[in-house]
Design a protein around this ligand. Structure first.
Ligand SMILES: [Cu+2]
Length: 481
C-alpha cells in the first residue's frame, strides 16, 4: 500500500514547521556533490537547460511551447523531489518530506504574493542574489501583482489541446507536436500566464529565473513549478469537460530522468496523468476565480453575433505593418480592422457574420536579449485610466521567457520568432456592451507589468523603471474565428 504524500502551501506552513529547513539542507547537500553526479544541484538544473556548450546525459531537455510542457515538468519535479527527499532522509529527516508549492495568487496570509522569507535570507541555501532587484526588489518583499500572475485564463480553458488548432492559447497545455521540442512557440494558456510571467517577474533582467538555461538553479523554481503542477491538478478537478488528453501520441510519449540513486529511468506520460496514482496530492486546489469582465451586469458571453449563421473561418481582420518597440515604457499602437467581406457560401453571398471568438496575436517578437520585463497588454485603454479602469481593458500579461532560446534553440528545432496571443472574446464582448469597442479599429497598449510594493514602501513610477534594449513586436493582429 502506498501512502499519499501531501505537497503543502509554503505560506501556510505552521509556525515551527521544518519543511523549508529540510529543503535547505537537501539543496545544500546537492550543491556539495560533484558536478557530474546526476543528483547534484547543478546537474539537475542543467537537465532543464544550460548555458554551457558541453552536454552530459539528459541535459537541456526542458519542453516548452507545446503539449509536452505539463507532463515533462511533472516528471522532472517528481524525480527532483525524490532526490531531495533521499538527502533529507540521509540527514535523519522525515521520509514524508515533500516539495511545498508557492501559490502567488493567494491572498492569505497577507504577503503570500512575495517570496517566502527563507528564500530572501542571504545566509540560506535557498537564497539567490540573481533575482529582480531594481527598482522592484523581490528579495526585499516586492510582491507579484494579482493581475499579472492571474490563473483565470488558464483555468477557464476547457480543452487540454487547443480547441482551435490555429490558436494554441485555446488549449490548457499547448500546441500538439509529434516530436520532443526543447523550445516551440505554441504556448498553451497555463504556460503563457502565469508560468512565463512568474519566471521573468522573479528573475528580472539577467536573473536566473528569466532564462530557461539557468532557471532551475534558483531554489524557488521548484516551488513555482510545484504550483504550476498543482494548477494542472486543479484544472482537472474543475471538471466541465476538463481532462488530461488520452491521445496515445501524448500518453505514449517517453521521457527520461534520474532517480535518487542516479539511475536513468524512462517513463511514459501515461504514468503522470494523475497525481494520486503517483502517490501525492496537494493541500489545496484552486477553484475558478470570477472573471472581472463577467462582473458587468448583462454582459453577453460572446460578442453580439448571429450565432445561428455559419461562422467564418479563422480570419485575420487587421494587422500592423510596422513593428512596435518595447523599451521599458508604455507603448501603444492602433490596428485598423477590416470588416470581414461577404463570402460565397453554396453559390450565394452571405453577409459577414460576427465572430464567435476574437484573438489578439503578437507575432515576430525578437530581441537581442530578454529584457527581464513582463508587459501587460491592454485593449482600447483610455488615457489616464485608473488601475480599476485599466483592469477592465487588460487582455493579459506576456513575458518573453525563452526568447533567446527561440533564436538559438539548439539541435531539435529551427530558430523561430517568439509569439504570444490572447483570447479576447469576452473582453471584446464586455467593451461592446459598454460602447467601447470600435469595429473598425483596436488600440493596443503595452505597459511594464505592475508589482506590489511592501507595506509602507512607495509605488514605483514609470520614470524609475529601467529602460532596456528594444524588444520588437513585429506584428500585432486581430483574428476572428
Ligand atoms: Cu518554468
Amino acid at each position: 500500500m502506498t501512502t499519499t504524500l501531501v505537497r503543502r502551501d509554503v505560506w501556510k506552513l505552521p509556525a515551527g514547521d521544518k519543511t523549508l529547513d529540510w529543503y535547505a539542507k537537501g539543496v545544500d547537500a546537492m550543491k556539495k556533490r560533484a558536478a557530474d553526479d546526476p543528483t547534484s544541484w547543478s546537474y539537475q538544473a542543467a537537465m532543464h537547460g544550460s548555458p554551457l556548450a558541453k552536454t552530459l546525459p539528459l541535459w537541456k531537455g526542458c519542453q516548452h511551447g507545446s503539449w509536452w510542457f505539463v507532463g515533462w515538468h511533472r516528471m522532472y519535479l517528481l524525480r527532483f523531489e525524490q532526490i531531495v527527499r533521499a538527502a533529507v532522509v540521509a540527514a535523519h529527516g522525515p521520509a514524508t518530506w515533500t516539495l511545498p508549492y508557492w501559490d502567488y495568487t493567494s491572498t492569505s496570509p497577507a504577503g503570500a504574493n512575495t517570496l517566502p522569507l527563507a528564500f530572501r535570507d542571504p545566509a540560506s541555501p535557498l537564497y539567490a542574489k540573481e533575482r529582480r532587484t531594481t527598482p522592484y526588489d523581490v528579495n526585499k518583499g516586492m510582491g507579484l501583482h494579482p493581475d499579472t500572475v492571474s490563473v483565470r485564463a488558464a483555468l477557464e480553458t476547457t480543452s487540454f489541446v487547443p480547441s482551435d488548432p490555429n490558436h494554441p492559447i485555446t488549449g490548457f497545455a499547448g500546441q500538439v507536436v509529434s516530436r520532443s521540442i526543447h523550445y516551440n512557440n505554441g504556448f498553451g494558456a497555463l504556460e503563457q500566464q502565469p508560468h512565463n510571467v512568474v519566471h521573468v517577474a522573479i528573475g528580472g533582467p539577467g536573473g536566473l529565473m528569466t532564462n530557461p538555461d539557468t532557471a532551475a538553479a534558483d531554489p524557488i523554481f521548484w516551488l513555482h513549478h510545484a504550483n504550476i503542477d498543482r494548477l494542472w491538478a486543479s484544472w482537472v478537478a474543475l471538471g466541465g469537460g476538463r481532462a488530461t488528453t488520452t491521445d496515445p501520441h501524448w500518453t505514449g510519449k517517453k521521457f527520461s530522468f534520474f532517480d535518487a540513486s542516479g539511475t536513468k529511468k524512462s517513463t511514459t506520460l501515461h504514468h503522470v496523468e494523475s497525481t494520486e496514482t503517483l502517490g501525492y496530492t496537494y493541500e489545496h486546489l484552486t477553484t475558478l476565480p470570477v472573471a472581472p469582465h463577467a462582473a458587468a451586469a448583462g454582459a453577453p458571453a460572446a460578442p453580439p453575433a448571429a450565432t445561428s449563421a455559419p461562422a467564418p473561418h479563422a480570419e485575420i481582420v487587421g494587422g500592423t505593418s510596422e513593428p512596435v518597440l518595447l523599451t521599458g515604457r508604455q507603448a501603444a499602437r492602433s490596428v485598423p480592422i477590416e470588416t470581414p467581406r461577404a463570402r460565397p457560401v453554396a453559390g450565394r453571398d452571405v453577409a459577414p457574420t460576427a465572430p464567435r471568438r476574437v484573438f489578439l496575436a503578437l507575432d515576430d517578437i525578437t530581441a537581442e536579449e530578454d529584457p527581464g520585463t513582463p508587459y501587460s497588454v491592454y485593449v482600447n485603454l483610455p488615457g489616464q485610466a485608473t488601475p480599476e479602469v485599466a483592469r477592465e481593458h487588460l487582455a493579459g500579461t506576456v513575458a518573453f521567457f525563452g526568447i533567446g532560446n527561440a533564436a538559438q534553440p539548439g539541435a531539435d528545432t529551427h530558430a523561430h520568432p517568439y509569439r504570444a496571443e490572447f483570447d479576447i472574446t469576452r473582453l471584446v464582448s464586455h467593451l461592446t456592451a459598454r460602447g467601447e469597442w470600435d469595429p473598425e479599429r483596436v488600440d493596443v497598449a503595452f505597459r511594464p507589468a505592475d508589482f506590489v510594493p511592501p507595506e509602507g514602501a512607495a509605488e514605483v513610477g514609470e520614470d524609475a523603471l529601467p529602460e532596456h534594449a528594444p524588444v520588437s513586436v513585429g506584428r500585432i493582429s486581430l483574428h476572428y474565428a
